[in-house]
Design a protein around this ligand. Structure first.
Ligand code: NAD
Ligand code: TYD
Length: 338
């Protein structure tokens, strides 16, 4: 079987590729535009495997995508490609509409034209909006209405609606997963956990938005990838699956745990102006995927954060090259002579 993984040079897509290569014997084609968030060096080890191929390109470029499908004829498409950072979406929404909505529709049109066994859309719990902080009994289920807050989550929600429409109207075999906040290896240092680890290691201030009271339901990236693996192989077409569960922490708790693990002082915490429209709490009810596919998260936050910090300590070159911008030349260096 051949799996097309879009956005595979990013955080979750790269972890998914490594897990697929380790667990299965399928061919993997990674398509990625290598935006600021894509880093080809992340896929160095995968590139040594002859079941793996990397192609640079834009999911929203129709002609290119049709040409790619005509040649590669993938059986399964897993779409991780997206603009993924809420703060960037507040500053420049258009690219989020282009990649996250138009890109999704182009990929699904190609799936219709060339035929596939499954199109899987990697979505987010942010499409449900947020939950109040004083109602810990409330969780997002697959039946929670879509109610997005940021241009990022609105673009992801729009894409989800299109995926459902392609299922209903054209009978395209699709699945959607909506996960909570991921963390783990290869997480781009603009997001909360890697940013705080790296700033703490460099004795720089840790910018906490507002009072740090917002709650996220942290999902170790390997657990997320295992859930997607189950969905694409055993999940029912047309279904939505929530992924996450019961690893809720306030941002301030997360930052304090990181400082404690790194033996750094809490005086590094800097409370800064809050994010506009900041979602208060995300929390997933994973009952459906647990009952139907037997999935539950295996890594609790306390052990996952230790593994993550260890990875950032052991892979300084990876994030230092991002911080000093050197990773942007990597594609040029790797491919200029090919
Ligand atoms: P990321 O930003 O680390 O990676 C995104 C990848 O997509 C990058 O490699 C980038 O180069 C690529 N890309 C962007 N635009 C492209 C385009 N037009 N064509 C081809 N490639 C393009 O993101 P991530 O954190 O790995 O997230 C992956 C998916 O999971 C996204 O769809 C995101 O919405 C979703 N998600 C992420 C989280 C999280 O906590 N990180 C939580 C819920 C859902
Ligand atoms: P982020 O990693 O951007 O993910 P998301 O907004 O998709 O949940 O942010 C996680 C939480 O951390 C969110 O409540 C915003 C907060 N945050 C900070 O307090 N400081 C920061 O510098 C960043 C990037 C995020």
């Amino acid at each position: 079987m051949k799996i097309l993984v879009t956005g595979g040079a990013g955080f979750i897509g790269s972890n998914f590729i490594y897990q697929q290569l380790a667990y299965h014997n399928d061919e993997i084609v990674c398509l990625d535009l290598l935006t600021y968030a894509g880093n080809l060096s992340t896929l160095d080890k995968a590139a040594k495997d002859n079941r793996f191929k990397f192609i640079k390109g834009d999911i929203a470029d129709r002609e290119f995508i049709y040409g790619l499908f005509a040649v590669e004829k993938p059986d399964i498409v897993v779409n991780f490609a997206a603009e993924s950072h809420v703060d960037r979406s507040i500053k420049m929404p258009e690219i989020f509409l282009q990649t996250n909505i138009i890109g999704t529709s182009v990929l699904m049109d190609a799936c219709r034209k060339y035929g596939i066994k499954r199109y899987h859309q990697v979505s987010t719990d942010e499409v449900y909006g947020d939950l109040p902080l004083d109602r810990p009994d409330l969780f997002f289920t697959e039946n929670t209405p879509v109610h997005a807050s940021s241009p990022y989550s609105a673009s992801k929600a729009s894409a989800d609606l299109l995926v459902q429409a392609y299922y209903r109207t054209y009978g395209l075999p699709v699945t959607i997963s909506r996960c909570s906040n991921n963390y783990g290896p290869y997480h781009f240092p603009e997001k909360l956990i890697p940013l705080m680890i790296i700033n703490a290691l460099n004795d720089k201030k840790l910018p906490v938005y507002g009072k740090g009271a917002n709650v996220r339901d942290w999902l170790y990236v390997e657990d997320h990838c295992k859930a997607i693996d189950l969905i694409i192989r055993k999940g029912r077409s047309g279904e939505i699956y929530n992924i996450g569960g019961h690893n809720e922490k306030t941002n301030l708790q997360v930052v304090k745990i990181i400082l404690r693990e790194l033996n750094k002082p809490e005086s590094l915490i800097d409370f800064v102006t809050d994010r506009p429209g900041h979602d208060r709490r995300y929390a997933i009810d994973p009952a459906k995927i647990h009952m139907q596919l037997g999935w539950l998260p295996e890594t609790n936050f306390e052990s996952g954060i230790k593994k993550t910090i260890k990875w950032y300590l052991e892979n300084k070159t990876w994030w230092e090259e991002i911080i000093n911008g050197a990773y942007k030349d990597y594609y040029q260096r790797m491919y200029e002579k090919r």
